[in-house]
Design a protein around this ligand. Structure first.
Ligand SMILES: [Zn+2]
Ligand SMILES: [Zn+2]
Length: 713
């Protein structure tokens, strides 16, 4: 063969997603010679023949949907007269391939429901474009022997597909079929296996209104009929989760559209390979009212595995699909452990014998300001890799929404959501996840970073590591995480959340931090008020109100938290008293906002402090709750604008848990843009404390000068 020979380097998330077989088939079709191989984090292709230009075009257009192509570079090279095209064995790079789990692809879905396919009705069908990855991987490189599928010997038919470069299952490490792969079983809460079709029994249990525990991809989930308030109430009672919204799984997009208003972008996110829970505007009456009480949005997801597809098609209704744990405990991943720990919650268990290597909760995401944003980073997204120069290090994260991170070879690797560190089981889960990150990525950290707060479970864990530990102020960590994600050099970071210890010993949370390179300064903040009960005030919105009203003596700690300001206003408007989950009062206040109002309360800026007192007085006289809620939100947005104008940085980063508030965030982005600023929000890392470890790592680069990082005592 002659013609042109090209050497093509494709960078991005291109390994373990069926990229090489795709390249092989394309080269065959276009009659090209050459080879393809993985090297480091890239795919290297050499093609030779007369249709190389067409190859390049189609490479960009038709690659597997789970791949993310960041860069394609090519250069001509000397033709070798090659006519055959080969897939070469991967050269062992020093950097391990990391592949998140992928939801069932359209081809596997077709086979799942095709009576003529040997995969018909098989709950574990997968291929190079979909299926379990990180959740079953013991260690790299990504090879069947290194997964929990090692115990299952492939049958002749699976082996033939696995060895055939022209097949969709060429080197599909977890491939399996009914003849050789994992199988389902079904048991009652006592662990007694029932001898009938597990799927039929599971569907019947859901129809009867029972609570079903399902061994999913990255851990157990609890399922109930989402249209029946009585069974949702029973689940809430047994799980000790009175109000926190529950996610719902529907059989397909059409069914999701019956429960919610799903935009085209939201549909794309729901159907993406990561297949997260997506927050969407709910439609009244489609789901039981106690699925997401008092809120305008509901978390929806589509089936993520063949097992879920089969189950959801076997029942006629959407199902609540929530983490298989008791409130504030880690996710169960093991059959015996699940039977023991979830026996008090679930009536029936749908089990299988493919072991889960590490717990990965369902991720939560949304479309905001026209693009996706991750709110809980786990299955389908974890681990997240970002370039970050610096010595090998470990960061242990915050106390709530904990997720640890490590840095190795100038990459920051943010681990999956662990959860709130409220008990020893959760702290053990952090220990495990941190150890797993070190082992998996061959990291030997030289230093560690933790939060400034001495009582966080994560801070205590950092002390166990036997490394020098740098305490990093909470809001500086938020800003640094956003800076790391977006590569910001100088910016104004608006960091608003519920609570974080300031270097002065007070509770921060309404912070404006100016970043210039590695230098930080606190340029403005919310006027502090006394917070009765300190951190415990988060559990009852009325405490924050008492603080705002000055009903407290000087013994209560001072706080500048916008999260607590939300609590206080929610209590003032009678929307919330005791909170049964983090952010409840703020979410109810957001849901109360009267639409289409541009007016705002006065929230004057004086001496770098936002004075909320005129706003409190005005809200007290307001007749309509919705109007008060709107003017409160609008006042906060105008305050951001006022500070941004004073500081004069073009880039304005909005981060911290308060920016999970859609109304606040979208309005702030719009107003900032109108005024000529270039605002950014976290996208690939959560705006909440799930991002803290990434910021802590960034503080460990050696030259970072974060003035608020010294321990106060
Ligand atoms: Zn597939
Ligand atoms: Zn087989």
């Amino acid at each position: 063969m002659s013609g042109l020979r090209l050497r093509i380097v494709v960078k991005g998330a291109v390994q373990g997603v069926g990229f090489r077989p795709f390249v092989w088939r394309l080269a065959q079709e276009l009659d090209l010679g050459g080879h393809v191989r993985n090297e480091g984090g890239a795919v290297i292709i050499e093609v030779e023949g007369f249709r190389t230009a067409e190859f390049l075009t189609r490479l960009g257009q038709e690659h597997p949907r789970a791949a993310r192509v960041d860069q394609v570079a090519f250069e001509p090279c000397e033709p070798l007269g090659e006519s055959a095209f080969n897939i070469r064995e991967s050269r062992q790079g020093s950097r391990p391939d990391v592949i998140p789990d992928l939801a069932t692809c359209p081809d596997c879905l077709r086979e799942l429901f095709d009576p003529a396919s040997r995969f018909f009705g098989y709950p574990f069908v997968n291929c190079t474009r979909c299926g379990p990855r990180y959740s079953i991987l013991e260690r790299v490189p990504y090879d069947r022997a290194h997964t929990t599928m090692a115990a299952f010997a492939m049958c002749a038919a699976c082996r033939a597909e696995y060895d055939n470069p022209g097949d969709r299952r060429f080197h599909a490490q977890p491939t399996a079929c009914p003849a050789c792969g994992p199988a389902l079983s079904f048991s009652d809460a006592s662990g007694a296996i029932l001898d009938a079709s597990p799927l039929t029994l599971a569907a019947a249990a859901l129809r009867e209104g029972l609570i079903l525990a399902v061994k999913g991809l990255g851990g157990f989930q609890l399922l109930v009929d989402a249209t029946r308030a009585d069974v949702v109430a029973r689940l809430r009672q047994r799980k000790h989760r009175p109000d926190k919204p529950l996610a719902v799984m529907t059989r397909d997009l059409a069914a999701a559209q019956l429960c919610a208003h799903v935009s085209p972008q939201e549909a794309e996110l729901l159907q993406s390979p990561a297949a997260p829970i997506v927050l969407v505007a709910s439609k009244a009456g489609a789901l039981a009212a106690n699925v997401a009480p008092g809120l305008l949005e509901v978390g929806l997801m589509l089936p993520t595995t063949p097992l879920h597809h089969l189950l959801l098609r076997a029942v006629e209704f959407p199902v609540v699909c929530t983490s298989g744990n008791l409130s504030e405990e880690p996710l169960c991943i093991d059959n015996a452990e699940a039977l023991q720990r979830l026996g008090v919650v679930a009536d029936r268990f749908l089990l299988h014998n493919r072991p889960i290597r590490r717990a990965l909760d369902d991720s939560v995401a949304r479309v905001i300001d026209g693009a996706p944003q991750v709110l809980r980073m786990a299955r389908g997204y974890a681990p997240l890799l970002l370039p970050m120069a610096g010595p090998p290090a470990m960061a242990v994260g915050a106390h709530m929404k904990n997720a640890p991170a490590i840095r190795v070879e100038d990459r920051a690797i943010l681990g999956q959501h662990v959860g709130d560190l409220e008990n020893t089981l959760a702290l053990d889960a952090l220990r495990q996840t941190a150890a797993d990150l070190r082992q998996f990525f061959h990291a030997v950290p030289e230093a560690a970073a933790c939060d400034l707060h001495p009582d966080y479970g994560s801070t205590r864990f950092a002390a166990e590591l036997g490394l020098p530990v740098l305490p990093v102020q909470h809001h500086a960590a938020h800003a640094l995480a956003c800076q790391a994600e977006h590569g910001l050099d100088s910016a104004l970071a608006v960091v608003w959340d519920g609570t974080g210890l300031g270097p002065d010993g007070s509770v921060w949370g309404g912070e404006f931090l100016q970043i210039r390179g590695t230098r930080f300064s606190r340029v403005a903040h919310l006027l502090p008020f006394r917070l009765p009960g300190g951190d415990a005030a988060a559990r009852d919105a009325r405490r924050a109100l008492a603080g705002l009203e000055g009903a407290q003596g000087p013994s209560a700690p001072l706080c500048s938290s916008v999260g607590r300001l939300f609590d206080g206003f929610a209590a003032l408007l009678g929307l919330c008293g005791p909170q049964s989950y983090e952010g409840q009062a703020a979410m109810l206040l957001e849901a109360a906002v009267a639409p289409q109002r541009a007016d705002a309360y006065a929230l004057p800026l004086a001496d770098g402090q936002l004075d909320w007192r005129p706003m409190l007085a005005a809200a007290r006289k307001e007749r309509e709750t919705g109007v008060a809620a709107a003017k409160f939100h609008n006042a906060l947005v105008e305050a951001i604008l006022a500070v941004a104008r004073t500081v004069g940085e073009q880039r304005v980063a909005l981060c911290g848990g308060c920016f999970q508030n859609r109304y606040l965030t979208e309005r702030a982005l719009r107003r900032l843009r109108e005024a000529g600023f270039a605002p950014v929000i976290p996208r690939r890392v959560p705006p909440n404390d799930g991002a803290i470890a990434l910021g802590q790592l960034a503080a460990l680069t050696g030259d970072a000068d974060v003035p608020c990082r010294a321990r106060p005592h």
